[in-house]
Ligand binder design. Structure first.
Ligand SMILES: *[C@@H]1O[C@H](CO)[C@@H](O)[C@H](O)[C@H]1NC(C)=O
Ligand SMILES: *[C@@H]1O[C@H](CO)[C@@H](O)[C@H](O)[C@H]1NC(C)=O
Ligand SMILES: *[C@@H]1O[C@H](CO)[C@@H](O)[C@H](O)[C@H]1NC(C)=O
Ligand SMILES: *[C@@H]1O[C@H](CO)[C@@H](O)[C@H](O)[C@H]1NC(C)=O
Length: 698
């Protein structure tokens, strides 16, 4: 096949220097949602799709938006199964705006809490025009029904729709972290429904916090120490431990015990088990603490194997690096149950938090009631002695920070801030198990990343929403094998892998996706979990090494291109992936940037081409993995000098063809009209002829 690619680029071309693509933390592929097999859900006139509850038991995704709750088919979220409106009544909206809040954006009902109850119903709360309100909801016979018993949502759901909060429903009790006043200035961590237990109102407990996540860990199960379940809370707040010329924020992990009933005389109806520690996920190059944005609890086995994955963003605009860290539950427990405390001292009229070296009372402050406490006669928190309670009331902060096991982030990436994370687990072809991170970004995409022996690779970046629409929420259904994401404008669903996106063996293997492998028999990139054990397939997968040496060499495409002396010739060659380097050769010699050649990201420009530039141009996309170069695609151009006479001849030929076609079309048109008036033609030949002439003219 012969392609003609004649480029007329007169004048000097605008040339940017060839872009350097950092190979570090760059997604290998940038993919659209549709090519990943995703679906979008959007309801006309509804915004802020930012709360989700997976009801795998009912096959639906409960999606909370502004003034509306949806039940969507988990397998296909474009299929809306039910919806219910929960809007603010006009008088409340007016009174909200009288109090100085924005009528159009703030004085509305943003659904912020959705939990499943043990009886199958759901607990739902909304901001309700700065008057947080909760209700029970059921999904029966294909209908979403709100019970319309409106309960006070203060302390459960924020007043302000722009404020973040966290909650968890455990054993029929609601644990929530939010602010309890209209101004949004009084933070609280509270357990409600039966008797309310909450945090002490004190800056040393919570100082202007931003709550991002809450997780229940069933540590009471099969616990040899007879320990209790814990509720872990992740947030950022103003730091108390740093001396700084300006307020510095830090990330925290805090926890309370499920069985905490508060104290008898001290800490009455307050947590006796509230402890917090700094959470570090520091970047190698900056010492400023990073701020947590979301957390995912991943438990591969019993609770002792649980790991918290957190995403962090910088607190100054000077840094653009986001990070991901994973923390083992055992490391967090160690800090709380064995670590030192911090204490506040007054040094030269300056309050400082320093390590506490004094005696620690027994039972240990902040500890849950465990076998040790029971042995000493303390069966519930109400039994705890005052000195234990006073100690923890005044010293909720641990001295030591919680760090990830390797003391460094799993992933560091420059660019759009990370907003959310979920982690899936999958078994590779060789039986090894991998955790796959899906990280939502402020630029509407999700990154899919895996850590192989300390090296994190970003397999793909899938663009879910417009670049201006941050991912607000991510949810994972391992049973359905789908990821759900919400933003202000839409909700989307996408599969955890899209192996058929890869069409060559090289590309499929170099993706290093634990879900995918190249089947040498069917010549396709297949999902490894779909391969039957007794099938005669020969599948290549090489996750740690990205070894694609079993793949056949890629086929080259060849194009013949004509050029004219003095023009700028531009030869296109898209790199096979974001990690590939493009290499150009002319007649077998490497091309380098010069005053003739400009190598750009996806093109080679030959400036002011002369006759001597004719020849064979070869572009190869080369990806280097573990020191091995793989050619992922090759494109060859045969550049021929276009003869001037030849080009005139060509132009004339094209002109003749076009004219012939026009003529032909006119003849057909004429004949068609003539045929219609064929009977008339017999009667009055002259009339019909003049009619045809008129047709031609029109
Ligand atoms: C809700 O969505 C609208 C439209 O995108 C956006 O302008 C607004 O900031 C969102 N509100 C909240 C509370 O996120
Ligand atoms: C998803 O549901 C929509 C609406 O019910 C339907 O039109 C569409 O065909 C479905 N798509 C798939 C892939 O099932
Ligand atoms: C909460 O109160 C109900 C009755 O009001 C009781 O049945 C239940 O056991 C209580 N739950 C807890 C955890 O105290
Ligand atoms: C949890 O599982 C691990 C191995 O999977 C085992 O060694 C450990 O004893 C178990 N712990 C508890 C508390 O059951």
């Amino acid at each position: 096949m012969l392609f003609l690619l004649i480029l007329f680029c007169w004048g000097p071309a605008v040339v940017t220097s060839s872009q350097v693509w950092p190979l570090y933390s760059t997604p290998r592929k940038t993919v659209t949602l549709s090519s990943y097999g995703g679906h979008v859900f959007q309801e006309k006139g509804v915004w802020n799709y930012s709360t989700m509850l997976l009801r795998e038991d009912m096959g639906v995704l409960i999606l909370g938006a502004r003034g509306t709750i949806f039940a969507l088919d988990l397998n296909n979220i474009t299929h809306k199964k039910a919806m219910v409106k929960w809007e603010v009544i006009p008088s409340m909206r007016t009174s909200c705006s009288f109090k100085g809040r924005d009528f159009e954006t703030e004085c509305l009902n943003y659904i912020r809490i959705l939990h499943k109850m043990s009886d199958g119903r759901m607990y739902v709360c909304g901001t309700n025009a700065f008057d947080p309100t909760c209700d029970y909801m059921s999904y029966t016979d294909g209908n979403l029904i709100l019970e319309n018993n409106q309960y006070d949502g203060r302390g459960k759901c924020p007043f302000d729709p722009f404020q973040r909060s966290a909650s968890e429903l455990v054993d029929g009790q609601l644990y929530s972290a939010t602010t309890v006043n209209f101004m949004g200035t009084k933070p609280v961590i509270m357990r409600s429904f039966n008797s309310t237990i909450q945090t002490e109102v004190s800056a040393s407990w919570l100082w202007d916090p931003t709550f991002v996540g809450m997780k229940h860990v069933a540590e009471g199960e099969e616990n040899p120490e007879g320990d209790d379940d814990k509720i872990y809370l992740f947030f950022s707040e103003v730091s108390m431990e740093y001396d700084s010329y300006k307020t510095l924020a830090v990330s925290r992990v805090a926890r309370v015990c499920k069985g905490d009933l508060g104290g008898q005389l001290t800490l009455v109806r307050k947590w006796t088990s509230f402890q917090k520690a700094r959470l570090d996920c520091s970047l190698p190059e900056t010492k400023l603490p990073v701020l947590i944005q979301d957390v995912f609890l991943f438990c591969p086995g019993n609770w002792s194997t649980c790991v918290f994955y957190g995403v962090f963003t910088p607190q100054t605009v000077l840094s653009q690096y986001s990070t991901v860290c994973a923390y083992r539950i055992q490391d967090i427990r160690e800090v709380f149950s064995k670590g030192k405390f911090k204490t506040m001292v007054n040094i030269d009229n300056n309050l400082k938090w320093i390590t506490y070296y004094g005696d620690v009372p027994d039972p240990r402050p902040g500890a849950c009631i465990n076998n040790d406490a029971r042995q000493k006669g303390f069966f519930k928190s109400l039994d705890l002695p005052d000195k234990t309670l006073l100690f923890i009331r005044d010293r909720p902060l641990m001295d030591q920070a919680v760090e990830p096991p390797s003391k460094q982030p799993l992933l560091v990436k420059k660019g759009a801030a990370f907003t959310s994370i979920v982690v899936a687990s999958t078994t590779a072809l060789d039986g090894s198990i991998h955790q796959v991170m899906f990280i939502g970004t402020a630029s509407g995409s999700v990154l899919k990343a895996v850590n192989y022996d300390g090296e994190t690779v970003i397999i793909e970046e899938v663009q879910l929403f417009a670049r201006s629409e941050p991912v607000k929420i991510l949810r994972l259904s391992s049973t359905v094998g789908q990821l759900y994401a919400g933003s202000d404008v839409a909700a989307v669903q996408m599969p955890l892998s899209a192996c058929d996106y890869y069409t060559s063996c090289m590309d499929c293997v170099l993706a290093r996706d634990p879900y995918c492998g190249w089947d040498l028999i069917s010549n396709s990139c297949v999902a490894v979990n779909s391969i039957l054990p007794d099938s005669h397939s020969e599948v290549v997968q090489s996750l740690r090494d990205g070894n694609a040496s079993h793949c056949p060499a890629v086929e080259s495409t060849k194009t013949i291109t004509f050029f004219y002396p003095g023009n700028t010739v531009s030869l296109l060659c898209e790199p096979g992936s974001n990690l590939a380097q493009v290499q150009w050769h002319v007649n077998g010699h490497p091309v380098e940037n010069s005053n003739v050649y400009q190598i750009q990201h996806n093109t080679l420009l030959i400036l002011n081409a002369s006759e001597s530039d004719a020849g064979h141009y070869n572009c190869t996309s080369v990806e280097t993995i573990k020191g091995v170069d793989y050619v992922t695609q090759t494109v060859t151009y045969e550049l021929r000098l276009g003869n001037f006479m030849q080009s005139i001849f060509l132009a004339l030929t094209v002109l003749v063809i076009i004219l012939t076609l026009i003529l032909l079309a006119l003849v057909i048109w004429n004949f068609y009209k003539g045929y219609l008036s064929f009977s008339k033609c017999l009667n009055n030949n002259k009339e019909s002829l003049s009619g045809s002439t008129a047709n031609i003219a029109s």
